[in-house]
Design a protein around this ligand. Sequence first.
Ligand SMILES: Cc1ncc(C[n+]2csc(CCOP(=O)(O)OP(=O)(O)O)c2C)c(N)n1
Ligand SMILES: [Mg+2]
Length: 728
Amino acid sequence: MEVAISRARRVGASPASDEPSAQQLVEIYQLMFLSRAVDDREILLKRQQKIFFQISAAGHEALQLGAALALRPGYDWFFPYYRDRTLCLALGITPYDMMLQAVGAAGDPASGGRQMPTHWSSRSLHIVSTSSATATQLLHAVGCAEAGRYFSRHPESAIKAPGDYREFRDVEFYGDEVVLACVGEGSTSQGEFWEALNTASNEKLPVIFCIEDNGYAISVPVEVNTPGGNISRLVANFPNFHFAEIDGNDPLASLRAFEQAAAHCRAGCGPALVHGHCVRLYSHSLSDDDKLYRSAAEREADALCDPIARMRSRLVADGILTAAEMEQLEHDVVREAAEAAERALHAQLPAEESITTHVYSEDLDPTRAAFATEQPDLASEESGAKAAAHTMADLINSCLRNEMRRDERIVIFGEDVADASRKEALNEAKGKGGVFKLTAGLQAEFGSERVFNSPLAEANIVGRAVGYALRGMKPVVEIQFFDYIWPAMHQIRNELALLRWRSNGTWGAPVVMRVPIGGYLTGGSIYHSQSGESIFTHLPGLRVVFPSNALDANGLLRTAIRCDDPVLFLEHKRLYRETYGRAAYPGPEFAIPFGKAKIVRPGSHLTLVTYGALVPRALQAAHRAERLHAIDVEILDLRTLNPYDWEAIAASVRKTNRVIVAHEDMLSWGYGAELAARIADELFDDLDAPVRRIGSMDTFVAYQPKLEDAILPQPDTILNAIMDLKRY
Ligand SMILES: Cc1ncc(C[n+]2csc(CCOP(=O)(O)OP(=O)(O)O)c2C)c(N)n1
Ligand SMILES: [Mg+2]
């Protein structure tokens, strides 16, 4: 049996025979026992109130150790879950590192005191930052495997390039790398588990899914989560998989199973799923008491399966260690755990000033001047009448095309974004290229590896994109309608936006999500016309962009793609092909920095702060206000909502002393509420009138056009507010 060598915790080289040597068995035992000793020491610290949370691997040690020893840290990739202490110890995270996290020390290498204990991360070992959310990581593992395969096939794309996110991304890949993703049996009920298996199977990806089946999800037994009580039976028909169902209390059975799984993956045959039956020897966590829901007989039966007790007996019975040697080994290990704890308890705590670091990229600021190539290169296209006729849809498409030519790391996926998944069809058919045709022709030019359809599953799209991006690629994904972004919300909020902060800057996922949004469609109705941008501006870590015209869309999308932060790029459907806001092609380097509003109409009597589809409507209202009532309105188009241009707002309000914030989204709790509050707070002395807000009614957008007109703000709504405010 070949035992791969872990970095920090070496299990010596194998003899030629298929059985591990006595020395290897001792080292395997030592690692399992160390894991238990660290758990027990943490439990003590928690009882002494020196740490604040504890969750253990007790009972899972053998299963996790087999996985660790079959794979290579710093070569393969790891997406553990919170119970994977033995896995991470064996891969090279030290007991001291673990204790640093338990006390929440500044030097906690996984998160700098931001995450609970057992939320792993190590860049050098390829252990990707773990969240508490169950099963989200499985989709990251899939995207990670896809990225590894892409880099192996296109190694030239891994080369660093100055001037954009690539400058700050070290790319590593090996042709036969494997990705391990671990999860409890209860969490296989999550949709993301099935979405991950779907793509891993379809794409024959080298992902090993490890199901750590301890029979419980907190207090919920396996048969409640899994019909029939056995996940192996349910997944058996996924194509291309290698399956193994094993006794997870036996470290050697586990090692063998993961070696076979890894061989299947490395050979390019597809993914694997190792289902290990193990036991949960302690309660779910120290916040749980399993005596409340488990019988004594059941708990005693589990205790008899303790992999550590079993192996201890075996080593002594087989004469590999004497009782005295065993006692000495255990004594030394317990001391190692205790010393690690003692040192960590004296470690420095994080400084409060550090709290806001790594919310966004500290390397590349999308508001910076480097993105201010605002002068369009009009010479790059024919001049004359045609030059000014490009719609927002055209210029988004041309930006995507130009950027894909410039940067081979860009991939586009989503629902219906390809021209045709069955490529032969393109011999006679024109191709789809998105339901709004924004990605038309991109698969034809760049091939199916770079532009492809996803399954109809939004979490799959965003979750995989996170996996791609953390490897250094640039996924520019499409969510077909804003109204259907919600299945991906968990991935967006708890993973995409959070990854950088929770890992204290070690990981980041600069994904671009293009999302058609908004109403004024006549017949769009509830599920094709909603807004809701303020829900996303409320997420630290996520940039939110909302252009109102073709040129801005082109320049802002370029910045979104080149920057190092995740970006929600909102495209108003009604503006895609409007006459308003058409523009000449600005050339392949035209970029607009984030956080820079545009004065689309200068004025002196009143400021109107807005964005998106309300920009043309505000212009109409301002025109009428001037013509009919001699009121001179200044209109600010924010263009990006996070960050937003406070200086521009403040300068305009100081000049006009009156302000309206207008948006299409619902009034209550909307984006304007925050701006209005800040204006009232910081510019109170400059105001001659109350701050006004305009938004849609606090309801959904109806199908009947008469109702839609009444629900959404119209030019008249804006005009009335202007007149009203001028009274003061
Ligand atoms: C998405 C999500 N929902 C709920 C929780 C709360 N929670 C934490 S662990 C857990 C049970 C997980 O059980 P299982 O997957 O079997 O793993 P185990 O803890 O048994 O190893 C639950 C419900 C969570 N962390 N994430
Ligand atoms: Mg479980």
